[in-house]
Each structure stands twice: as structure tokens, then as C-alpha cells.
Design a protein around this ligand. Sequence first.
Ligand code: FEO
Length: 404
Amino acid sequence: MRTHALTDGVHWVGAIDWDRRTFDELVPLPDGTSYNAYLVKGGGQTALIDTVDPAFADVLLDRLAALGVTRLDYVISNHAEQDHSGALPAVLARHPEAMVVATVKGQGLLMDLLAIPAERFLPVEDGAVLELGGRTLRFIHFPWVHWPETMLTWLEQDRLLFSGDLFGAHLAVGGLAAPEECVAMEAAKRYYAEIMMPYRNVIRGNLPRVTALPVDTICPSHGPVLRRPQAILDAYQGWVADQPGGRVVIAYASMHDSTRLMVQRLAEALLERGVGVDLFNLATADLGRFAVALVDAGTLVLGSPMVVGGAHPLVANAAYVANLLKPRARFGAIIGSYGWGGKMVAQLTGLVPALKLDWFEPVSAKGRPKSADLEALDRLADAIAAKHAEPANPQRDVGGQEAR
Ligand code: FEO
């Protein structure tokens, strides 16, 4: 069983899940994932940082055995979610001497989720240190990445930051391989969009605690170990910025082409005005890519036909997902077609209360869009372009249209 040395005495001992294709029955995993765990050997004591998904408990135990680990003093739990804690009962059974180090909230969650008894825990305050003998672990409370109990672990002497889910990516590589940097960054952005974006304000507030550290390598709990930490730190600084992005994200469904014609007219009008567009036909779109596009959105446009008096269910679902993800978009618009009436506009605006959008005038066409409807879409494009051009509003982004 292979392990991977990050430094002399620090090893990646996680598991690679090549075939997993969804997470939480919700998040697409086109490239699988890894559950990263790390062994830190001090002069006197040894700590395991996080475990793995319970299905891979044997893999973790075999990697520890391959390193000759017979005594484990601590298991550090940066995050209590089961893909990192699920193998904890097996590790504690193999190592009855080990204590679990977690935040107080982490202890509570692990006791609730995994029935680990209280006497196995060593709760730690923000800034607490654990001396392993020549190696010092410092615990940095960093809540809401993406559960309330999360913390990071800083290994001072090696300048390694064990960041839990923060800075992670769903890629089936772990500590064993370094993917192309652009591939790693794309996966990290998808991960941010799907998992971290709802908490961007708290991340923005806590990020200086990480950027102040002299980090050589970031070791997240999913995906590649990051040997050039500045790249991901710079990317996160941009993604969590308070200022909205510069692109327009259009998500739509169309039953008889009327809404599709409206969406295409608006998209082309925006492009003519120098505004970048990401377009998603929800009948075939990957919701993960929709989430990624939302990271850079200044305006969200929902396009829907009227279905039994309301929005098409695919559009309602996309609105619900956008509301969950809380992107930094500042403006919204609803366009679509109808046959004899309905409440689609009110329904869709009611599905995104968390976004606090300023709404443009909706554009509705009775049946196939006529010239007056198309002109109304051009005026909507004018209004969006004008808002995006205001200095206090979205960053200018004139990238090309990306049809999904
Ligand atoms: Fe990778 Fe939130 O668990």
C-alpha cells in the first residue's frame, strides 16, 4: 500500500475514490474525488489529521500499517462530515490509545453522528497548540467551511496548512499526483461554487488569518495537495470578493421554442454590448457548471415558459439552487413566454430571497416573441449593460458566450 511523503515525517495516507459520481445525491463528481488524511510523526508522538469515507477505512488502516504505525496519540478532526470522519470509529478501535482533537462543536457533532464517547475527546480552543516533539500543531478555528464546527491545522515547522474542505477540489488524485494546474484550479473553482460559496462572507472575513501564515503547502481534505498556495489564495480572494462579477448567467427551459428565441435574442444583445454571457439550457445543463458560472455573475436571468400557471420546474429548481448557493450577483431579470396567463414572475422572484437582487423589468411574450418583445429584450440588454458599466457595480467582463 503506497503512501506519499510530503516532508520527512509527514505522509499522505488517504483514499482515492475513482468512481464516485455524485456527492450528497446532489453534487456531480465528473472526476471522482479523494479523501485526504495525513500522518504527522513527531519526536515523541504521532497524529493522524482527518480520516476517510467509511467505505475506505481499510485503505487508511493499511496505509498506516505500511508506515509502521503501532501507536497513534491523536486523531485531529478538522471537520466532522462523514467523508472525513466516517472511518474514525475503525481507527479508534484499532488504536484505543488515541484521543480525538476537535473544536467543542466538532466533538458534539462526532458524538451525535458516530456515537464516539466523550472520554475519547480532547476539545481545543482557537489558537491552541499540541506539541508532538519537534513538531507543533496549531488549531485555527475557521467556522462555516462549510459546517459550523470546522477548523484548520497549521504545522509550524513544516509550514503545512491542513485546511479540511477549504481550498479542496473533487479530483481523484489526493497526495499521489499533481494534476495540471489549470485542471486543479477548474476543479477547485467548481468545489468552491458548490460547497463554499454560500459562506463567502465568513470566508472573506477569516481569510486574512490564512494569508498571514508563511504557508509552503496547503493540504486540503479533497483533491490535490497544493504546492503553490498563492495561486489558490489569490483565486479565493477573487471569488469571495464583495463586488459582483461581470458576467450574465442565463438559465432557461423552453418547451416550444418561444422562450429559447427570447433567451438567444437577449444573449446576443448582451454580447453586442460587450457583456459576457454564460447560457444554460436546463434540459441538458450540468448544474455544477451552472454553479461555477454563478461565481462570476453580476446578473442572473431566469427564462421560463408558463407551465400550469407557474414556472417550468427545471427553472424553479435552478432558482432554488442559486438561492442556496448565494452568489454575489446583484441584479436579476425574468423573461419568458405564456399562453394565457399565470404567476411565473412572482413565483421565480420568490424563490431567490437570499440573493437580494435588484430586478429589471420582466419581459413576457404571449406565444412566439414578436418584434415588440424582441425590442423589449434589447432594452433589457441596454439596462443590464448600463448597470454593469457603473463603477460601483459588477466588474467588467467581456468574455465570449459559453453555451452549455
Ligand atoms: Fe468533504 Fe464537508 O466534507
